[in-house]
Each structure stands twice: as C-alpha cells, then as structure tokens.
Design a protein around this ligand. Structure first.
Ligand code: ATP
Ligand code: MG
Length: 208
C-alpha cells in the first residue's frame, strides 16, 4: 500500500503567493492531473510534490506499507520527468542510466538498462552522446531515467512535450503501466493529456 499525501501546500515568490493551500491524497493505482493557465504554478507545485523545492507551508508525505519515507529518500520512490530537468551531454544513454543508478545507489544490470532503452525506443542510439540528440530523443531518455528504478510515484510535467506520435504512444504505455500498480501525478496544458486521469486539480487562484 502506497500513500502520497500533499497537504495544504502554499508557495510564495518575492513575497507574493503563487498558490495557497493546495492538497491531494492518492494511494496505489491512482492518478491526478494538475491543470491551470500558464504561470498558475503547475511546475512549481510538481517540484514541491517531488521534494526538489520547499513549500512556504504545507507537507508532502510518502507512506509505503506502514513506513513513513524520510524526505531525504523521496528520490528513491519518485521518478520525475520535466522539460527543465538537465541531462549530461557528455554521456551516452547507457552511461547516463548507469550514472543515475550509481548516484541513487540503486543496483542495476546491463540487461535492465537495455530493456528500459528499448521501452523508450532509444536502443539504436544507446552509444551516441546525448549532446547529439534531438529534443524528442532527450525527452525519451528522461523517461528512461525516471522509470529505471521502478518508482512507486511518477511525476510528469508536460508529459508529451517534444514527442512525435510514436513517442506519445510510448508515454501512454508508461502511464498505463504506472497506474496499474503505482501513483501518477502530472501537469498539463494539453487537453489530450487531461484524460490520462479522471482526477483533475485546477490550481488557478479563482478556481482553487
Ligand atoms: N524561481 C523562481 N523565482 C521567482 N518566481 C518564480 C520562480 N519560479 C517560478 N516563478 C513564478 O511562479 C509562477 C508560476 O510558475 P510555474 O512555472 O510554476 O507556472 P506553470 O503553471 O508551470 O506555467 P506553464 O504553463 O507556463 O508551464 C510564475 O509567475 C513564475 O514567474
Ligand atoms: Mg510549467
């Protein structure tokens, strides 16, 4: 049993609230779409959910079974894909995934890495430098990095940005697989992506 509780989150930049008291609670096989106009705070909210940005007030809690996960270990249970996350240009996809596993102290095998690269259709480019990749190929590698450790919670900011039809299908499969056992949280401005989930949270100030 996984429980992801995001409770009464408020965030201020330059003394002004971007949003106040946003909450949701999800357990296994559940998902939520975060929507709201440009600048309403979707990306900021997702960063707080992922534990990479601190809120002004509120709490993010992960419980797996009866165990509360310490904030310093959130990264072991969360996969995060977002346009502003950086990849290492000087590495190949294989090296990139190995490096990320080493950083997280997560065990990996060559076959698991190859399987994930196949899943995102990068197996033909696995030995090319990331700096030579198109934006869609970089987005595919971000997915591989996010799902490699089979996180209980997958957080996606603009899930299909830069992806072609085939890439969108890959994302759909990843999303469906995630919702079977885990938790999915994503932000979108794309009406087509809204139906990935039946739960929607509109964070625009006059709607919250
Ligand atoms: N580091 C920061 N410092 C100051 N202001 C910031 C910072 N990050 C975001 N903001 C501001 O917070 C607000 C929300 O930004 P955010 O990127 O979260 O919106 P968004 O809903 O994701 O927008 P979009 O749909 O364009 O992706 C914006 O007004 C933005 O300028
Ligand atoms: Mg955004």
């Amino acid at each position: 049993m996984i429980e992801f509780s995001v409770l009464n989150i408020s965030k201020k930049f330059n003394k002004k609230f971007v949003f106040e008291n946003l909450s949701f609670q999800l357990s296994d096989s559940n998902s939520i779409a975060i929507i709201g106009k440009n600048g309403s705070g979707k990306s900021t909210f997702l960063k707080i959910c992922a534990g990479v940005l601190s809120p002004f007030s509120g709490n993010v809690e992960i419980k797996i079974g009866s165990k509360n996960i310490d904030k310093t270990n959130f990264f072991l249970h969360i996969g995060f894909v977002a346009p502003y996350l950086q990849l290492y240009d000087e590495l190949t996809p294989t090296e990139h995934l190995e490096f990320c596993c080493n950083m997280k102290n997560v065990k990996f095998s060559k076959s698991v890495i190859e399987k994930v690269l196949e899943e995102v259709n990068l197996e033909n480019r696995k030995n090319d430098f990331v700096r030579t990749f198109s934006s869609g190929m970089k987005q595919r590698l971000k997915y591989a990095t996010a799902i490699l450790h089979k996180p209980e919670i997958l957080i996606l900011d603009e899930p299909t940005v830069n992806l072609d039809k085939d890439g969108c299908e890959t994302v759909k499969k990843i999303v469906e697989k995630q919702i079977q056992n885990g938790i999915l949280v994503y932000a979108t401005n794309n009406l087509k992506e809204e139906n990935f989930s039946s739960n929607v949270l509109n964070i625009e100030k006059n709607n919250s």
